[in-house]
Write a protein that binds this ligand. Structure first.
Ligand code: ATP
Length: 234
């Protein structure tokens, strides 16, 4: 569904991505793991059109989307839940969710809003409260709900479990699994490597701007290098 080939991108003189090849098959969860600064967020930004690639190609459903403007990428069916969530703190929960649908012209927005509220009842209860008053876990749910309001075929999740308590993390991973089971393809960036591999079909390991290892998640989980570097040697 998503194919990234020979992608090079960065910020001025900083080459954050030195050559990234990555593919996300339709219907799967693919986890991208790696240390801080490896280039995971930059990969997501390049997919969304937020960072312009210097070279390489990104294709989605067989069409070249390299360098397309962000709104066009969203229109094609890709949504990002950014690192840090980017909830609009002064706007209500409802307004935050409506923001996710701002490009839509169909008449199913209300229906999808009800679906998000059914999935996250706490958001329904708090729909008139400012986003900034929600807990971290609730804000993450709001960020996911907002992304779903664009009806993505591919959902990019950048560190959704960051800063959340273990029980809340478990909820978030459960939600990711459900969204995938309902048909949305997922590319997941996570520091929580154990969970990220467990939930995924395929995993990619990134180091300093390159993919150094990839394969079916079960194989990656048992790779000695991954165990040593990311799973505490067990
Ligand atoms: P993290 O988990 O810390 O977000 P990451 O794997 O997502 O790490 P990136 O955020 O993609 O890594 O960063 C890759 C490299 O690009 C790092 O060296 C980082 O310092 C640099 N970088 C990231 N954002 C910018 C920016 N806006 N301007 C300049 N350099 C940046």
């Amino acid at each position: 569904m998503l194919e990234i080939s020979q992608l090079i991108a960065g910020y001025g003189n900083i080459k954050a991505l030195k050559t990234v090849n990555l593919s996300v098959p339709k219907g799967t969860i693919v986890s991208l793991i790696g240390a801080n600064g490896a280039g995971k967020t930059t990969t997501m930004k390049a997919i969304m059109g937020m960072v312009q690639p210097a070279a390489g190609q990104i294709s989605f459903q067989g069409h070249n989307i390299t360098g397309l403007a962000v709104h066009k990428v969203v229109n094609r069916g890709i949504s990002l839940v950014p690192e840090g969530r980017s909830i609009l703190a002064q706007m209500t929960v409802l307004e935050n969710l409506e923001m996710g649908a701002y490009q839509r012209t169909d008449n199913a927005v209300q229906h999808d809003l009800e679906k998000v509220f059914a999935r996250f009842p706490i958001l329904a209860e708090r729909r008139q409260q400012p986003g900034g008053t929600l807990s971290g876990g609730q804000q993450q749910m709001l960020a996911i709900g907002r992304a779903l309001m664009a009806r993505p075929k591919l959902l990019l999740l950048d560190e959704p479990s960051m800063g959340l308590a273990p029980l809340v993390v478990a909820d978030i991973f459960k939600v990711i699994r459900e969204i995938n089971a309902e048909g949305t393809t997922i590319l997941l960036v996570e520091q929580n490597v154990r969970q990220a591999i467990k939930i995924a079909h395929y995993a990619y390991v990134m180091e300093t701007g390159r993919i150094v290892l990839h394969g079916p998640a079960a194989e990656i989980a048992n790779d000695p290098r991954v165990m040593e570097a990311y799973l505490g040697g067990r």
